[in-house]
Design a protein around this ligand. Sequence first.
Ligand SMILES: [Zn+2]
Length: 267
Amino acid sequence: MAETLIWTLGVFLLGLMVGSFLNVVIHRTPRGENIAWPGSHCPKCGESLRWYHNVPLLSWIALGGRCAFCREPISVRYPLVELLNGLLWAALYLKLAPQLQNHIDVAGLLYFLLIAATFSALLALSMIDFEYLAVPDSINFFALVTALLAAAAHAWQVGDWGIALQALRDAAIAAGGLWLLAWLIGKATGKEAMGGADVIVAGIMAALLGLVGFFVALFLSAILAIVPSLLARDTIIPFVPFLALGTLILYLLDRPIYHLLERLIYG
Ligand SMILES: [Zn+2]
């Protein structure tokens, strides 16, 4: 119990640091900038940040949400993404902890890190979709690859390669099915129904959740999007954040949700 608590705290701190990197990805990828170079700098005055300006959460709070040099306000998005990613990694760790019996087990550790990386990429995609109403293919493909590799690591961990093949098959069916649907709707209406980005996100969802899970998460995402859609009225709302949230909720709470669905369907 105490051991789990210490591991969860460690994973939370690691998630905060990865969240700090996600901020760089979210800011630079849509602008076509390199994510590794140059180092962190203020987007307003261009001054390079010192290491103590880069401590997740704490620096933003200590600086009162302003640049240390030009005192220009720094968006609350920065500490928010760090905190969300820290909580995300801790929640995923608690979910997978029973399957990671032995922390020295390389396959199990790899499995967790790849799942966490996939959901972090979905978080970055969500933040970018909020701002641009579009998502970059590079991060989208990255998440698809990490989701499939996570299934491979899981297969390696338990010694059943069927798990990896099934994830690959489910991702192909979900992405291919959605692509076909978009193509048919496009043919029938003469308008483009969906972008290629949605097709890749469908593949990520199915790789993480399986084919049945993909449909349940899609339904969950649509329900989550109803109220914001009504509130937004005429303006277009981004859908990737809802897909990501629906996927996360089902991933973390699969057992109670499937149990509830069984009771609703079979009584
Ligand atoms: Zn500045």
